[in-house]
Design a protein around this ligand. Structure first.
Ligand code: ADP
Ligand code: MG
Length: 629
């Protein structure tokens, strides 16, 4: 037996490790299992290059929980270690300036990751154990089995032991404070979080499986009885879909992998992108396009980040642009630095490249789908549009690519690219300033009368709705020359697409000044603004509108953008058509007669816009009821 001191630059490295990792003790298991997996893969490698001539057998890692003895053992049949190797790899913690490093990043976000990356992974065992043993037999010929033991101070012992099977067992004697880790469910939870896709089989106890009774026992109905048997509980899928070649996978493989990733999700993704890059950085992964729900926020944080099949985090905000966090799936890259703070990550060249590569891949995939099967793309557009819109609004490069496959759907259910649509409507819907005016509705039922009037004039109406719509339209207007969007109910038809100069008014200034107060009296001044307009006779006598810019501001404010407008009041315009015969007739009336007629006309207009409510609606109904003899 030999005793010695672990070569740390400070005697106090263990307290630092313990304190430093306080928030995330569970990662000790990830570290130790990863080491065991590494050891197994190294053996496989030595076997394939002839350095190891023996039988590798089935390589696997076993996690054994002994609640009575209060131990967790991580056992592998990998390369093992000789006494010299233990001395080299375990005793001499060979990393530069570990102490300063640990101190510098103490308590910082992402700091947990440092442990694994600075060769401290093994020592994370001391976060949960007060005694750790390494029992190991090297794969090398004539190797002697040894046991290393330490209870967390820099002192260790090294003893020869009897161990005839190749590989390493790490035995952790769990402390009182960490007794949660002696619960089967807890360990199972950690393993399935971090180890679900490790490349070497991970075994943890047994699980019940139901099979037909082997003795052929029957139940009352004469059917063969189902009995439960204990089978080995393998935690992981050693070759997850993303590690395979796209050409070896079918659509079903992608959708079953999606289920594997999100067992609780029943929706199927719309499609997927298989990422496979090895230059200038290493990146594999599969991204899925989910059906995006109204509430965008809850969709986020579904992408899982792996490093060589070890789960790292599901917070990928710094690695992919924000709009891509709407996607689901897996990214695996050994090149993403996991050991540093967020601000560092953002300025890291590799991360930037990865981010722009993924963005490009996604845009190319969408463009490819659009080109390959337009009909199919159109069918998916409803689900895709919010993602594309989000992307266009947040990423200029993405916007540049996706403007050509962004679609507009009209009320007849036909889809157009912006350019196609411009071409289609320009003959009729170009205004006097040479702008092509795209009319749209956000709700065909509510805006029915406006849509009808527009269509009666031969105009086309788009159906555009969604939480990002007003921001997106703004984006399109600035991207495409001479295109504007305006909702059908945002102005009178003449004004929506202003063609020639003004139509002469049949009302004089004095007439208007006489009538205006009568209108204002019947309306809430805070909510409605009365104005006279000289329109064609085929328009309604009174139209209630909400100017496009005003509505956009309010919508954008609701979405949390554009704080500069402060509290924007909900305002509508009550536009009186100066040329309508009914308005002309108003001038002939006096006193109460006039008031009643004004009231009736405005109420009808408000009713048409769904703005007649509460008491006003009730008195309208009562008034009209009286008319029925
Ligand atoms: P890292 O894994 O980053 O090298 P660790 O502290 O996790 O740092 O492990 C230190 C070293 O100890 C490993 O590089 C490896 O050489 C050795 N080691 C740890 N666990 C095992 C194991 N189960 N089998 C063989 N060698 C191991
Ligand atoms: Mg390690």
């Amino acid at each position: 037996m030999k005793t010695g001191n672990i070569n740390v630059q400070t005697e106090n490295i263990f307290p630092i490790i313990k304190k430093f990792l306080y928030s995330d003790h569970e990662i000790f298991l990830r570290e130790l299992v990863s080491n065991a997996v590494d050891a197994s893969q190294k053996l496989k490698f030595f076997s394939s290059n002839g350095e190891f001539k023996g039988e590798t057998g089935d390589l696997q890692v076993e996690v054994i929980l002994d609640k009575k003895k209060k131990t967790i053992t991580i056992k592998d049949n990998g390369i093992g270690m000789t006494a010299d190797e233990i001395d080299k790899y375990i005793n001499q913690i060979a990393f530069s300036g570990a102490e300063e490093f640990v101190k510098k990043y103490e308590g910082k976000e992402g700091a947990e990751q440092i442990i694994g990356h600075f060769g401290l992974g093994f020592y994370s065992a001391f976060m949960v154990a007060d005694k750790v043993q390494i029992r190991t037999l090297s794969h090398t010929k004539g190797a002697k089995a040894v046991q290393w033991e330490s209870n967390g101070d820099p002192e260790y012992t090294l003893t020869d032991i009897d161990k005839s099977d190749r590989g390493t067992e790490i035995v952790l004697h769990i402390t009182k404070e960490s007794k949660e880790f002696l619960e089967k469910e807890r360990i199972e939870g950690i393993l399935s979080k971090y180890c679900k896709f490790l490349p070497v089989s991970i075994l943890f106890g047994t699980k019940a499986e139901y099979i037909d009774s082997p003795e052929g026992e029957k139940d009352e109905d004469g059917k063969v009885k189902r009995v439960s048997i204990d089978v080995p509980n393998y935690i992981n899928n050693t070759s997850p879909a993303w590690t395979k070649k796209p050409k070896d996978l079918k659509d079903e493989d992608y959708s079953s992998f999606y289920k594997e990733l999100y067992p609780m999700t029943f929706d199927q993704p719309l499609f997927h992108i298989h990422l496979n890059v090895d230059f200038p950085f290493n990146l594999t992964g599969i991204l899925y396009f989910p059906k995006i729900k109204e509430n965008v926020e809850i969709q986020k944080n579904k992408i899982n980040l792996y490093s060589n099949q070890v789960f790292i985090t599901d917070n990928v905000e710094e690695i992919v642009p924000e709009f891509l966090t709407l996607l689901h799936g897996v990214i695996d890259s050994p090149d993403i630095p996991l050991n540093v703070s967020r601000s560092y990550l953002q300025s890291d060249g590799n991360v930037k490249k990865i981010s722009s590569h993924i963005t490009k891949k996604v845009a190319d995939k969408l463009a490819g789908m659009f080109k390959k099967d337009r009909k199919d793309f159109e069918q998916k557009w409803n689900d895709l549009q919010i993602f594309v819109q989000y992307g266009m609004l947040s990423d200029e490069k993405f916007a540049g690519k996706s403007k050509d496959f962004s679609l507009l759907k009209n009320t007849d259910g036909d889809y157009f690219t912006i350019e196609e649509y411009k071409e289609k409507i320009k003959a009729l819907q170009t205004d006097k300033d040479e702008k092509v005016v795209c009319l749209y509705t956000s709700n065909e039922e509510e805006q029915y009368s406006f849509i009808k009037k527009a269509k009666d004039r031969g105009y086309d109406v788009l159906h555009l709705a969604g939480p990002l719509m007003s921001h997106w339209l703004q984006k399109l207007e600035s991207t495409f020359e001479n295109v504007t969007f305006t909702r059908v109910d945002s102005d009178s038809l003449d004004k929506l697409i202003k063609k020639s100069e003004d139509i002469p008014s049949k009302l004089s200034k004095e007439d208007e000044e006489k009538l205006k107060p009568v209108f204002e009296e019947t309306l809430n001044k805070e909510k409605f603004m009365v104005q006279f307009e000289s329109m064609s006779e085929d328009e309604a006598p009174i139209i209630v509108t909400q100017p496009e810019f005003m509505r956009r501001m309010m919508e954008q404010q609701r979405m949390g953008g554009g704080g500069m407008y402060g509290a924007f009041p909900e305002m509508h315009h009550v536009v009186v058509n100066a040329n309508h015969p009914k308005v002309g007739a108003l001038l002939e009336k006096k006193g109460d007669d006039q008031k009643v007629m004004v009231k009736q006309l405005t109420d009808l207009a408000l009713l048409g816009q769904g703005l007649l409510k509460g008491e006003a609606l009730n008195s309208f109904i009562e008034r009209n009821m009286e008319q029925i003899a």
